[in-house]
Write a protein that binds this ligand. Sequence first.
Ligand SMILES: Cc1cc2nc3c(=O)[nH]c(=O)nc-3n(C[C@H](O)[C@H](O)[C@H](O)COP(=O)(O)OP(=O)(O)OC[C@H]3O[C@@H](n4cnc5c(N)ncnc54)[C@H](O)[C@@H]3O)c2cc1C
Length: 473
Amino acid sequence: MNHFLDQLRAIVGDAHVLWDGDLTQWEQDWRRRVRGKALAVVRPANVEEVAATVRCCLAAGHSIVPQGGNTGLAEGSTPDASGSQVVLSLTRLNAVRNIDTANLTMTVEAGCVLQTVQEAAASSGLLFPLSLAAEGSCTIGGNLATNAGGTQVLRYGNARELCLGLEVVTPDGRIWRGTSGLRKDNTGYALRDLMIGSEGTLGIITAATLKLYPQPAARLSAWVSVPSMEQAVALLSAARTHLGEGLTAFEFMDAQSLQLVQHHMPQLRVPLDQEPSPYSVLLEHSDSESETHARMLFESLLESALDNAWITNAAIAESLAQSRAMWHVREHIPLAQAQEGPSLKHDISVEISKMPAFVAHTGEQLAAAYPDVRLVNFGHLGDGNLHYNVQAPAGMDAKTFAPLEDGISDLVYAAVLHFGGSFSAEHGIGGLKRGVLATHKSAVELDMMRAIKAALDPHHLLNPGRVLPDAAS
Ligand SMILES: Cc1cc2nc3c(=O)[nH]c(=O)nc-3n(C[C@H](O)[C@H](O)[C@H](O)COP(=O)(O)OP(=O)(O)OC[C@H]3O[C@@H](n4cnc5c(N)ncnc54)[C@H](O)[C@@H]3O)c2cc1C
């Protein structure tokens, strides 16, 4: 063991092999649901050090858990309890290598924090549109490894759609230098797409070439009250027609989500709270002309929505500060949920046209089987993606709630399946949903996934026991 640690120190330097202090920040997941034990946390500074670390771990037979900002919600970025895994933290690979304004691309290292990537693009007058509430601490490597979604998917797509090239260290410790900025390259299997969303099980992403967009001339947000899910879907269709490509976000929140924010974060003002509504929607419009043009389009949309009774009330942000305040409310729902007590998260997607029936059906089933639980339903309705979360009955502690969890999730996932949806829209599988994957993926899909894992990582070196149900440590 000492010899192994000495070898790691020789690769990355003494200060960057951590093993005997408090390793909580690397060993515990963001939701504090799981806590593992690492043999060591290794923090390489560049791709060559990552590759050498992989070869060293392979030779010594110690598996690796790649880790970025450790904000993942699928229990995939922390070590198991064995004390034999190495956490390979990418956070020191944090250089912006290049911004190509003519090609509309930037190449960044995997450990760059998402917000830093956005700011670097903005400093060149361009937009990197990936945006999610964890952007101040998640890394671009983690975003790509989980194919993260967020609030701008409606217009710009998931992380996968925003990536043109990758640099990857393979499970045998070689470097694939694929950070090309080409938009057309049909030269064999799509290895980039295989790596994206593989959650650290097929390769270690060390850098990426990302797509950039022109900055919009104006961004405007509006908060509206919606009487029903059907009306929310009608509003979405109208918004697509009125705003076209300008519709960049359409976030849905139920009354319970907003009550939790009001209760736990009284400093945040929920818009239109004088007349509480069963549902609210936060829309964002990005305009290539001007703020005046954006406001005109928004007003015309909202007038038509009021006339058609799709909405009952509306507020268009008057300033950037007001717009930010609206987004803060939306972004603080997960934190308010955490403060309220135990809850179960279901990151599901259903075709938008089926969403009202799914929400009605599942809500009725839950209320009948678990009358005291509280539904906290919010998310990216524009992408057909809801965080269909279930909060424990008021005052119930985690120990008492735990025995109910499997039954509640089984009910929700059965309903998702019934409506042809997905049980993990954007958070991935990790360790949390391996069992659900085993139940809901077909045998042919599971066999293809196993074959890919066996071909690329025959020794199960990278994140064993994650994603695939039987990829043993
Ligand atoms: C408050 C909050 C809001 C969120 N909102 C959203 C949202 O709107 N949309 C959404 O999609 N997700 C959301 N997430 C979850 C999201 O997956 C993560 O925030 C983010 O994408 C993960 O990045 P990370 O650097 O923290 O990765 P980590 O948590 O460190 O890792 C996540 C997974 O990727 C692997 N991994 C990490 N880095 C690499 C790498 N360089 N190479 C290979 N594998 C790697 C890990 O092994 C692990 O399996 C949210 C999380 C929080 C806490």
